[in-house]
Design a protein around this ligand. Structure first.
Ligand code: ZN
Length: 293
């Protein structure tokens, strides 16, 4: 799933492979790019903000990309996708950069990138450092009646969480995803956990939420459907994207994540479930030096 960590990884890979290289040839199949040509420019760098990618060129233009659900980029590899799916092909000196099924592609002035990002919350995967968890928690709770998972997905509150984190962070913290965000005690610890997890995964280059099999996208909840809970063994709850107010599917455990008038983040559970994950060593976490609870 393309989330903030996915986009940070993609920007890093484009930088490592192509920064400073010349575009020899460009093929634009997206109608919004018709008639545009990047041949002769130099790729300066790439950066991400939340789920948005910017690839900058030395003619003061940036390619703005949003991958939504299905878009991907091949970095330095030939694409095996059919031609109509290859929305953009940039042939650089050392190889191709090819966008497949990318739903949002536009060339903008680099000076106008802020217009894309200024309505978004702070970027969880910012290279300058993590946003302050207290600020993230305050923004998440902005409208207190919003369900926790819906608040995590709202990019205007904080930019970068997608559905993997909207499923897994509430599970790790022991809070029901439908719990109104304003009724969650110690939301700062939950914000810090989500921030540490997505940033560690951007570094690991894997969307791993368990800390086990770190070279895979192992996850606690996302995609488990109605199978048994991996922690307590009870049958999981599941709602598809048509039956949640935020329009994405969700899996939860009623035993591990009891719904109540007021809920509290379970920091001992966080330490236990993430004991093996490198995210636990992140200084953003308030209890990083304590043993698992
Ligand atoms: Zn459970």
């Amino acid at each position: 799933m393309p989330e903030g960590d996915t986009l940070r990884i993609l920007a890093d890979r484009i930088n490592e492979r192509f920064a400073g290289e010349r575009v020899e040839r460009s093929v634009m199949r997206d109608p919004r790019l018709a008639g545009r040509d990047l041949a002769g420019t130099t790729l300066v760098d790439a950066d991400a903000y939340g789920k948005h990618l910017f690839v900058r060129f030395d003619d003061a233009r940036s390619l703005h990309v949003h991958l939504k659900m299905d878009g991907t980029f091949q970095v330095g590899r030939r694409s095996t996708a059919p031609e109509w799916k290859r929305r953009i092909e940039l042939w650089l000196t050392s190889g191709p950069l090819i966008g497949e099924s990318v739903p949002v592609l536009e060339l903008i002035r680099t000076a106008d990138e802020h217009a894309v990002t200024e309505h978004l919350g702070p970027d969880l995967c910012a290279t300058a450092g993590p946003p302050d968890p207290t600020d993230v928690a305050t923004r998440l709770a902005r409208t207190g009646e919003t369900p926790l998972a819906g608040a995590l997905l709202d990019q205007r509150r904080v930019a970068g969480f997608g559905n993997v984190y909207a499923n897994d962070v509430p599970f790790i913290a022991g809070v029901h995803p439908f719990q109104p965000v304003g009724t969650v005690d110690d939301l700062v610890a939950l914000a810090a956990t989500g921030t540490a997890l997505i940033r560690a995964n951007a570094r690991l280059r894997r969307q791993n939420t368990t800390g086990r099999r770190l070279d895979t996208d192992a996850r606690w909840m996302h995609g488990r459907g109605r199978r048994p809970c991996p922690v307590c063994g009870d049958r999981l709850g599941y709602a598809d994207e048509r039956s949640t107010p935020w329009g994405r599917s969700i899996t939860w455990c009623d035993t591990c994540q009891p719904r109540a008038d007021a809920a509290a983040v379970d920091s001992a559970r966080i330490r236990r479930l993430l004991a093996l994950h490198p995210a636990m060593r992140d200084p953003v976490l308030p209890w990083r030096d304590q043993p698992p609870g």
